[in-house]
Design a protein around this ligand. Structure first.
Ligand SMILES: Cc1cc2nc3c(=O)[nH]c(=O)nc-3n(C[C@H](O)[C@H](O)[C@H](O)COP(=O)(O)OP(=O)(O)OC[C@H]3O[C@@H](n4cnc5c(N)ncnc54)[C@H](O)[C@@H]3O)c2cc1C
Length: 406
């Protein structure tokens, strides 16, 4: 097993890429030209990762406007490391800033950001890409970690691990399983919750009040994120922000309205419940708010986001982490130290060699990318974690016995 200092990043989507960008930005100051292996583990291509895969249909859109998407820092971001400016998605792609870009286009931007971050690393750093899933992180608190990859005979050695695994699948709960069984028995279609596209009237100049509410909420939300999870332990603000300030792009809402007017789409009302009719082999959906309305169908698409609860996580990696003593919050998120993203154990102690950043953690932010000049909270977190990682790697390097001189 190589004894070269080694950093393993699990998950090479936007957050893993943002972390790499901060690693490159801070490395000269904190780590100099010492050797380092950086292992990026992801079954999907680094940069876009899973959500922003470039081979997806261009019919899938972002729910952000192109001018609101940057992966680069500016003076508004609280950073100890250096600011490294770069183009927004709109500037990079040369498209109208108010357009809703396709997911593949965002994927291409992320790929370019990744290549740029990689190129900014000095020759003393070797980047290894592993197109595989990580199954488990093992190793003592004070020693080297081992990261087991699917299909690999030996684990990757890791002086420290950063988990940027993002949005994770969930195992179906009891209700979902019953619906899936019912569908299988009657030859019906059932698509359980998954990561489907999701903005609102906020882009419509005719609804400037909405735009103002959105900008206000964005600002409050950024402040809360800075103050940390303790002010929003149950995730209420996160949900409230998502509910009020997020939603499908305006043009998509107009398309939906047109489908509704044409009689193709009907709305069932709020708090829909879905039942099953065993005799006729059909799903039955209704809302108590619309008495007497009932819809019977042969196909059910459940387009909600999966619940992150640990008992339902579809990630063997996280399951193993929880079994080994990592703590989950009441809302099912991996608890991390807000100071630097270190994973916390049941006893509240931060793991010295394990870090996590992103939506699966209690330090989640509005997203892995940000509107320019809004203080990009995720960029600040990436900076802190990259600096903590580099300081630890440097200290470990200094402790290694000096090589015997020839
Ligand atoms: C469908 C969808 C649409 C969205 N649209 C927008 C938008 O328009 N605007 C916006 O601001 N935000 C949007 N978001 C919010 C989202 O938080 C960010 O866009 C961003 O994708 C989060 O980046 P991430 O790297 O943290 O997570 P992800 O993008 O989920 O990336 C995580 C990566 O980790 C990998 N991974 C997971 N587990 C393992 C493992 N065990 N081993 C190896 N690799 C692993 C995955 O393959 C993936 O590539 C959207 C989210 C979703 C789910």
């Amino acid at each position: 097993m190589s004894t070269r200092p080694s950093l393993v990043v699990v998950g090479a989507g936007p957050r893993g890429t943002g972390f790499l960008e901060r690693l490159a930005a801070n490395l000269p100051e904190l780590y100099g030209d010492r050797p380092l292996d950086v292992h990026l583990v992801d079954p999907h291509p680094p940069g876009p990762g899973r959500i922003w895969r470039t081979e997806q249909s261009p019919l899938l859109w972002m729910n952000s406007q192109a001018e609101d998407v940057t992966m680069f820092t500016d003076e508004t971001v609280r950073l100890e490391g250096p600011v490294r400016p770069g183009p927004t998605l709109a500037e990079w792609a040369g498209i109208d800033g108010r357009a809703f870009p396709t997911r593949p286009l965002q994927g291409s931007y992320l790929r370019w950001v990744y290549e740029r971050a990689r190129a900014a690393l000095p020759a003393s750093v070797t980047v290894h890409e592993h197109r595989a899933s990580a199954l488990r992180v093992a190793g003592p608190r004070e020693g080297r970690q081992r990261v087991w990859l699917e299909g690999a005979a030996a684990p990757l050695p890791a002086d420290l691990v950063v988990l940027t695994v993002g949005h994770l699948d969930a195992e179906p709960d009891r209700e979902q399983r019953a619906l899936a069984d019912f569908a299988a028995r009657h030859g019906l279609v059932h698509l359980p919750p998954d990561f489907t596209a999701d903005l609102a009237r906020r882009h419509d100049p005719a609804h400037s009040a909405d735009a103002a509410v959105f900008a206000g909420l964005l600002s409050v939300y950024a402040q809360l994120l800075r103050l940390g999870d303790r002010l929003d332990p149950g995730g209420w603000w996160h949900g409230f922000f998502g509910y009020l300030a997020s939603g499908p792009p305006g043009p998509r809402l107009r398309q939906l309205l047109a489908l509704s007017r044409a009689g193709i789409v009907r709305f069932l009302g709020p708090r829909v419940t879905v039942g099953t009719d065993e005799e006729r082999g059909l799903f039955r959906a209704s809302s108590e708010a619309v008495p007497g309305e009932r819809t019977e169908t042969r196909a059910l698409v459940d387009a909600r986001l999966p619940d992150p609860a640990p008992e339902f996580t579809g990630s063997p990696l996280l399951r193993a982490l929880y079994e080994e003593g990592a703590r989950a919050s009441a809302s099912g998120l991996l608890v991390v130290d807000p100071a630097d993203g270190r994973v916390l154990g049941h006893d509240g102690r931060p793991h010295p060699r394990r870090f996590a950043l992103g939506p699966h953690t209690t330090a989640r932010t509005g997203g892995a990318f940000a509107r320019p000049r809004t203080g990009g909270v995720a960029f600040g977190q990436n900076d802190v974690t990259a600096r903590a990682a580099l300081a630890l790697l440097r200290d470990l390097e200094c402790r290694l016995p000096a090589p015997l001189s020839a």
